[in-house]
Design a protein around this ligand. Structure first.
Ligand SMILES: *Cc1c(COP(=O)(O)O)cnc(C)c1O
Length: 386
């Protein structure tokens, strides 16, 4: 990802910053586009993974739709040229203001997460003399076998409607004149790499669509959500997620009826490998038990390791280019006044010095978007390969 010219450029650029490799992004989007198009599957990009304007513009140029989880994201999607007929809006706590914004924008579909929300959308749509299109987000009780902080499809999670509440849902739908039922929606978690999990999801979706049809509701859209993972351990040798296998599971196991559309909402898999967080070593602290590399980037720029115990490859780009030294172990930490502000403990790195450029890889998803101003830090900058 980094040739010597790039590293030289980094040396003279103020750190920290996000470095976007636009070619990696393009190739990833192309692979996803090609793998989904062969089955006529529709992909909506989950904006919350990364809403950097240049990233959004490139994703939009591939014709993907947008999956939003706030009014702000609905607005951003439309501003960046995602067609309103390709915008969906999920979220367990949509405010009246956000629902009104989405109604005014005539989005494709609300992914509704409770019976109460159905009533509210119906009321707000009625006040505008509109009909809101809705899909029901069902909690399928499928274990995503991922970190418990990013699992969303179990009965104990706050997201979606549980199956024992579905009779209330169909009653509410029947009684709501300003709602048009489109279909069913699922999203079971994130960073899922085991395709068996998606097979289980397909089986649950098939059962659920039978249930709705038995109750007199025709399903036009099967929305399977997102969650496809990336290889955080091998960003250079396994850069692009296996979109072929992913979509094939749904092709093989989802019972798609004539006229139905199948929708996907991918975030991480489309953007994670396209960016690295680039920072400098400020200080090297050699302790009796521990060596610390203190970087000029911390949890305010990339919080995933601290929030989800997430693993990222960490490289010393300055010393890697002249591999004369033996590796040492360092705890790689940030400057923020929190003990948890540590990217990783016991990282094997060549002997490192003040001023060395450090890359934290695979930071394109849930990185820049989660940056904060804690400690009154300046907003992290972005640099692009083109
Ligand atoms: C976050 C989210 C996604 C995308 O998840 P990834 O793991 O980034 O693919 C899709 N759908 C919904 C409803 C989400 O909240």
């Amino acid at each position: 990802m980094f040739n010597s010219d790039t590293i030289t450029k980094f040396q003279s650029t103020e750190t920290p910053f996000y470095y976007y490799d636009m070619e990696v992004l393009r190739q990833t989007l192309q692979a996803c586009h090609d793998a989904s198009a062969q089955y006529n599957f529709h992909v909506h990009y989950a904006l919350k993974a990364n809403f950097n304007p240049k990233v959004l513009d490139m994703i939009q140029s591939f014709g993907f739709g947008a999956d939003c989880v706030s009014g702000g994201e609905v607005k951003a999607a439309i501003e960046h040229g995602f067609g309103k007929e390709k915008v969906v809006f999920a979220g367990v706590g949509k405010s009246d203001k956000e629902i009104n914004l989405a109604l005014d924008a005539d989005i494709f579909c609300f992914n509704v997460e409770s019976v109460q929300e159905l009533h509210i959308i119906n009321e707000l749509a009625a006040a505008k003399n509109k009909v809101a299109k809705v899909a029901i987000r069902i909690n399928p009780n499928v274990d995503a076998h991922t970190h418990h902080f990013i699992t969303t499809g179990l009965d104990e999670n706050k997201f979606g409607v549980n199956t024992w509440q579905l009779t209330d849902v169909v009653e509410a739908l029947r009684a709501s004149k300003n709602l048009e039922f489109l279909g069913i929606h699922f999203h079971i978690g994130s960073q899922i790499t085991d395709m068996e999990v998606y097979k289980s999801l397909c089986i649950r979706i098939n059962e659920m669509q039978d249930w709705f049809e038995d109750h007199g509701f025709q399903i036009k859209v099967l929305n399977t959500g997102g969650g496809l993972g990336v290889d955080y351990y091998n960003p250079d040798t396994n850069t692009i997620s296996d979109f072929e296998s992913y979509f094939k599971v749904f092709k093989d196991f989802l019972n798609v009826k004539p006229g139905q559309e199948v929708h996907f909402e991918l975030g991480r898999a489309l953007v994670a490998q396209s960016a690295s967080l680039i920072s400098r070593v400020l200080y090297v602290k050699n302790g009796q038990k521990k060596n610390f590399l203190v970087l000029d980037a911390g949890m305010t720029e990339l919080i995933r390791p601290m929030l989800y115990q997430a693993y990222h490859v960490i490289e010393n780009l300055t010393q890697n280019s002249s591999p004369t030294t033996q590796d040492l172990k360092y705890d790689v930490v940030g400057p923020i006044c929190e003990s948890t502000d540590c990217f990783r403990k016991d990282v094997d790195l060549p002997e490192s010095f003040r001023g060395d450029i450090i890359a934290v890889r695979s930071a394109g998803a849930y990185g820049e978007v989660m940056a904060s101003g804690y400690n009154l830090r300046e907003r992290v900058q972005s640099v692009y390969s083109e």
